[in-house]
Structure formats: structure tokens, C-alpha cells
Design a protein around this ligand. Structure first.
Ligand SMILES: [Zn+2]
Ligand SMILES: [Zn+2]
Length: 305
């Protein structure tokens, strides 16, 4: 489980309900990047055929749970803009908490939405429902400040996440450029050149009219949608030197490894990338000097040990 602190997240009142566009923008990008960068296999496939070629596994599911109906509508509207080349249809669903107890998924994204007011502080039963739906990984998206209630269950959860270095801060998600899909600026000031991988046009792959939907998708055939690399947990910047060619090359290399090694390596890499995010030196060492494991390793759903 990790907590992503979306720094500009802020609720807006819509009728009697609330929305949080910052959280929603981040979740949209998170879903698309998860699909393109993480082996998102069905837990069932893995359990039934652990030795099989992973490219034959079916996709795992992503469930987004939110607290407010208006936020659910906003999320659904945003997610409907993902191209089918980014993520196959039917993989992602959005539910409100009260509608989710009998549902589960490999990855569950909990949109904590409300940044002001009591929010979950007075509603721990619902928080418990939200955070126990995942078969693989839970990603909480909200604001760190929500957890600041001393000696409560919610602060215990916070301390648990903190002790495992499982809190990531991201910023810039209030605006997302509709041209390059990178947060922190809008299309009127966009300086980024985007080349579509499908048609070589000057638009992001999400907007390509020629992108072909694919029905029998597996992780292995998610195409790169354009030539911009968008690291989800960093903000507003494209990493220098990260081009589609490089990412493709890295994937080819990765495929050469055996399936088991590949999973384990990816899991370690992911864990490591969170450790190195915003951490004070040595803060992650536990008393005996070993680096504690965080549950994030299980994001590679093939790695269940
Ligand atoms: Zn842009
Ligand atoms: Zn195109």
C-alpha cells in the first residue's frame, strides 16, 4: 500500500457532493501509466499457471474507489478519454465506497478526495472497506494533511505507511496539458514536441485517430503511444534522455530475462524507485540496519512472495 500526496489536490463543492480535479487528473495518468509500465497480470492467471509464459496471462483489473458521486462522474468522464491503445476497455472501473464492498481487483486506487473537513477521520469503517479491496496493491490518492489526527486509527495507518517509506509526494496536477499530457502547464504554453507512434503526427497517442483498439490484450502488447516518457511519480518534467526508443530497448532487454527473474527484478526496481523518492539519507534503515520491505513489491502481481 502506498499513499500518493497530490499537493494541489483541493475539493470543490458540486451541489451536495464534492470533486477534486487534481486527484482525478493524477488518477487518470496513473491508470494509463500503470497499464503501460507495470506487469498487470490477473492474480488468477498467475495462481493457476505460475509456470506459463506471462504473455498468455490475462490482464488484472484496476478498481478506482471514490467517496463522492460527483467525483465518480468526473473520474468516469476522464477515464473515458483514455485510448483503447493505452488500456483495454473493461479493465478499469470506478465505484463509490458504498457500492464496492463485494468487489475486488488486482490494483485498487482509493481516491480520498476531500482535503478539508472531517473526511475519513470520522468514517473509518468506509476507509476499511476501501483499503481491503485489493488482491495486489492499494494506492491511496489524497493529501497527507488528512491523516493528521493524533492517536487515531487513521494516524496509525499514516505511521505505518511512513515507517515503510510508502508516501510519495507529487505536484503540478491541477492542470494537465492537453497537448503533451504532462502536468504543470497548459496547452497554450506547451513547449513539448510530441510525435505519435502510430501515425507520426504531432499529437499524443491518446488523441490518435489511427490507433487500433485491441481486444485480446496482455501486458506484453501495450504499445508506446507516443515518444514522450511520462514518469507518473515525478512532476511536470520529462526525464532527459528517456525516449520511446530507449524504453523499447529496455523492454526488449527485459524480455530476454526469464519470466521469473524479470518479475523479481521489476519488483525490486519499483521498490527502489520509491525509496529514492524524496527521502532523507538513511531514513529507511531499520534498527538492525536492514532496509525494510514495503508491500509495493507486490505491485508486480506475478511476485506473490
Ligand atoms: Zn504540454
Ligand atoms: Zn497519431
Amino acid at each position: 500500500m502506498i499513499l500518493v500526496d497530490v499537493q494541489e489536490g483541493a475539493e470543490q463543492k458540486v451541489g451536495y457532493s464534492y470533486t477534486d480535479p487534481g486527484n482525478a487528473n493524477f488518477i487518470l495518468a496513473l491508470v494509463s501509466r500503470l497499464a503501460a509500465s507495470t506487469p498487470l497480470y490477473s492474480v488468477q492467471s498467475f495462481m493457476e499457471h505460475p509456470e506459463a509464459d506471462t504473455s498468455t496471462y490475462v490482464w488484472g483489473k484496476i478498481l478506482v474507489i471514490t467517496r463522492y458521486k460527483q467525483q465518480k462522474l468526473l473520474l468516469e468522464e476522464k477515464l473515458s478519454k483514455l485510448s483503447s491503445a493505452e488500456i483495454p476497455r473493461g479493465i478499469v472501473s470506478v465505484r463509490t465506497i458504498d457500492d464496492s464492498p463485494s468487489h475486488q481487483a488486482e490494483v485498487v486506487i482509493c481516491d480520498l478526495a476531500r482535503s478539508n473537513g472531517p473526511g475519513f477521520r470520522r468514517d473509518l469503517k468506509r476507509l476499511a472497506v476501501m483499503t481491503t479491496r485489493a488482491q495486489g496493491m492499494t494506492i491511496l490518492v489524497g493529501q497527507e494533511a488528512m491523516f493528521a489526527v493524533k492517536n487515531s486509527a487513521i494516524s496509525e495507518l499514516y505511521d505505518y505507511l511512513k515507517s515503510r517509506d510508502s508516501i510519495v509526494k507529487v505536484s503540478g496536477w491541477k492542470v494537465v496539458c492537453s497537448h503533451c499530457l504532462i502536468p504543470g502547464h497548459d496547452q497554450t504554453t506547451c513547449q513539448n514536441k510530441v510525435v505519435c507512434s502510430f501515425c507520426q503526427g504531432d499529437h499524443a497517442g491518446r488523441h490518435c485517430m489511427e490507433a487500433q483498439p485491441f481486444n485480446q490484450a496482455t501486458f506484453a502488447n501495450v504499445p508506446e503511444v507516443d515518444d514522450i516518457f511520462r514518469p507518473i511519480f515525478s512532476s511536470g518534467k520529462v526525464e532527459k534522455g528517456q525516449t520511446v526508443k530507449k524504453v523499447k530497448h529496455q523492454r526488449v532487454q527485459a524480455k530476454k530475462e526469464s519470466a521469473a527473474n524479470y518479475h523479481a527484478k521489476e519488483a525490486r526496481k519499483l521498490t527502489q524507485s520509491f525509496y529514492s523518492y524524496d527521502k532523507p539519507a538513511d531514513a529507511n534503515k531499520s534498527q538492525d540496519g536492514s532496509i525494510p520491505q514495503i508491500p509495493l513489491a507486490s505491485i508486480c502481481l506475478g511476485v506473490m512472495k
